[in-house]
Design a protein around this ligand. Structure first.
Ligand code: ATP
Ligand code: MG
Length: 633
């Protein structure tokens, strides 16, 4: 079957298509109805079916592969390395579930998990799923205030944290931030469970509120906690969008649809065999705090019966070969990373890509941000492995645009995340009229509902916000991705940036992404950010910030000027004079969120002399200081 035929079938006959995919997971009671779309844009998949994510990720594999590794945990920060078979994972999850139950966690209750990349974080997620509780993992890089906002929205009965994480060899306190967040929160959880890693000697437990995980785990060493079966549409978790734009939304996910969507994606998208999983390992270099971590560090590979790598550490510590050493050691078959991380590696010696035996690796998947062509070529040439860019959002839970190696591997086209994934009826539409765009015409990427299984079911506690933020832009009921896209004559899609990242210069509308791509075509450029700043004459003009591969080229003013001229000429050549950045600044690093997304709004604010706004997700404050200095604020 071709990609196109597979996709067509999923759109023409969603009930038949997803009814078949439902067999990829275990059901306690099979669904009575595959799709209920009587209340658009809300939809219910697998109505009446009862199942459980923890059962599908853990228990159901015990018969066939109790002794196969389920989790390989390693930290290049602490030097720890631990392996858990499916039997051991089952044991740990039962202990953990017993601890949570003891602390009052029940079906439907929320549990906030604020943890670094440790195996216990995965146990806690699975334990919540086992009990039918709703977890909300908050990324460990968020500051106390953001944690407090999320606590107040989710109103958890329990918060689970570690004493500390480690990043670049330095402890990062978690428990201190939890104390501060709880002080600020209006709905503080009555209980806090602490997984003490022994990294913070000053940590103090609050009597009556704080509990020690290791003590309680001892009390429940042999506990067996039965799975709580949930109706397919009951909530499994809340995950707040990373908040690159505006106030975070609590993306609510279901149980049955999510399990089926992930199981299917492992097979068709990640090409991970036929659901047997043995001998397959997935290494996703994200964090459990992001959707990529939920879907492809935790649930996806485990539902498929694979081994998943849980890695705490940077891609370049102890050296830039660490990832490839992990691939060699654990015979990783599928890898998933982000453009930002690859660009970090690109600044290192390419010899690291050749140092280890990575012959087990079939594909490297990339998502999260636009993958520019030079970076894509660099990594695919360096590794000799197909690099598959795919596009998705926290909201969708799995890929909307992708190639499907498990069905038909279409040729990679650099800069394109491929074609619509089965289940997603995708259109590119005019932002004002909602009319379909022609080939190579830029518009908003939209999805004709019903959204397929796995996508958000609503915004936690706010159905109106779900309808208005995602389905309110067009007069026909269409899901707006808020991203610009185009489809070329062969059907390949290209993402052109977010709809709020547009520069309006002298009546021309330019995507910041297009200008960034053009700058990146200069071989000396490593990373770029382009923003529009107010201009009396033209409305807005683009200005750019770049990092270079070889800093000796910009060591003096003449070098900088030369480099800037070359880059600006490149933009004029590729996009025309109208797109030429009015100014280019060279910096050592660009301000990004901890998930590696450029903080364009903050850069733009500084460039226009405004306040930067919420910086809680900012990774490295120095990078923003550099921008401030560059623009003379
Ligand atoms: P918020 O919605 O709160 O502003 P966010 O959109 O940054 O946060 P995510 O859901 O993690 O949070 O990111 C999804 C967005 O990332 C997409 O809408 C798109 O802009 C970008 N993106 C993801 N994958 C790709 C890709 N392969 N190519 C281009 N852009 C991508
Ligand atoms: Mg978004």
């Amino acid at each position: 079957m071709t990609h196109a035929e597979f996709h067509r079938r999923s759109i023409d006959d969603p009930q038949g298509f997803w009814g078949e995919q439902a067999a990829l997971i275990d059901w306690q009671t099979p669904p009575a109805q595959i799709l209920d779309y009587s209340n658009p844009p809300f939809r219910k998949w697998f109505v009446g079916g009862t199942t459980n994510l923890c059962h599908n990720a853990v228990d159901r594999h015990l018969a066939a592969r109790a002794d196969q590794a389920a989790i390989q945990y390693l930290s290049s920060e602490t030097g720890e390395a631990r392996s858990y078979t499916y039997a051991e994972l089952h044991r740990e999850v039962n202990r953990c579930a017993a601890v949570l139950r003891h602390l009052g966690v029940k079906k439907g209750e929320r549990v906030v998990i604020y943890m670094p990349m440790v195996a216990e974080a995965v146990f806690c997620m699975l334990a919540c799923a086992r009990l039918g509780a709703v977890h909300s993992v908050v990324f460990g890089g968020f500051a106390a205030h953001n944690l407090a906002l999320r606590i107040d929205d989710a109103k958890p009965c329990l918060l689970i944290c570690a004493d500390a994480g480690m990043r670049g060899g330095k402890p990062v306190p978690y428990k201190h931030l939890v104390d501060a967040a709880i002080k600020e929160a209006k709905f503080p959880p009555p209980k806090v469970l602490i997984v003490d890693r022994g990294l913070d000697a000053d940590m103090r437990l609050v009597p009556g509120r704080d509990e020690d995980y290791w003590d309680l785990r001892d009390d429940f060493r042999d506990a067996e906690v039965p799975v709580t079966w949930l109706e397919a549409n009951e909530p499994s978790y809340i995950l707040y969008t990373s908040g690159t734009t505006g106030k975070p939304k609590g993306v609510q996910r279901d149980v049955g649809g999510y399990a089926v969507a992930l199981a299917a994606s492992m097979k068709y998208i990640y090409g991970a065999g036929d659901g047997k999983g043995a001998g397959e390992a997935m290494f996703t270099t994200s964090d459990i705090g992001w959707v990529v971590g939920h879907s492809y560090i935790v649930y996806g590979p485990l539902i498929h019966g694979m081994t998943t790598i849980v890695y705490e550490g940077l891609p370049i510590k102890p050296d830039a070969g660490i990832w490839w050493r992990i691939v060699q050691e654990h015979k990783v078959t599928t890898m998933f990373s982000s453009p930002t991380a690859i660009r970090v590696l690109k600044k290192q010696d390419p010899e690291w890509l050749k140092k280890y035996d990575i012959s087990s690796l079939r594909y490297l998947f990339i998502a999260g941000e636009p993958l520019d062509e030079p970076t894509s070529r660099w990594i695919s040439d360096g590794l000799g492995v197909p690099v598959i860019d795919h596009y998705w959002q926290t909201e969708t839970g799995w890929a909307m645009l992708t190639l499907l190696p498990g069905i038909e591997m279409k040729p990679v086209r650099f800069g394109s995340p491929g074609f619509p994934a089965y289940g997603f009826n995708i259109r590119v539409v005019n932002e004002l009229t909602g009319a379909d765009c022609g080939p190579n015409e830029k518009g908003v990427l939209a999805v004709v509902p019903p959204l397929p299984p796995g996508c958000l079911t609503t915004v936690w506690g706010d159905d109106d916000r779900f309808v208005n933020s995602y389905f309110g832009q067009f007069k026909d009921l269409l899901y707006s991705s808020s991203d610009w896209a185009l489809r070329d004559a062969d059907g390949y899609f290209f993402i052109l940036g977010r709809t709020d990242d547009v520069i309006n210069t002298a009546g021309h509308r330019l995507g910041t992404r297009e200008i960034e791509e053009a700058l990146q075509a200069h071989p000396g450029i490593a990373e770029v950010a382009v923003v529009g700043v107010a201009d009396e004459l033209k409305g807005q003009v683009p200005i750019g910030f770049c990092t270079v591969k070889d800093v000796s080229r910009i060591a003096d003013a003449a070098g900088r000027e030369q480099m800037a001229q070359e880059c600006i000429a490149k933009v004029a050549e590729l996009l025309g004079a109208v797109a030429k950045p009015h100014r280019l600044y060279f910096v050592n690093s660009l301000p990004k969120t901890r998930s590696g997304k450029l903080l364009r709004r903050s850069i733009q604010a500084l460039a226009e002399g405004r306040e930067t706004g919420d910086l809680s997700t900012l990774d490295d404050p120095n990078s923003l200081e550099e921008i401030r200095k560059a623009v003379g604020r």
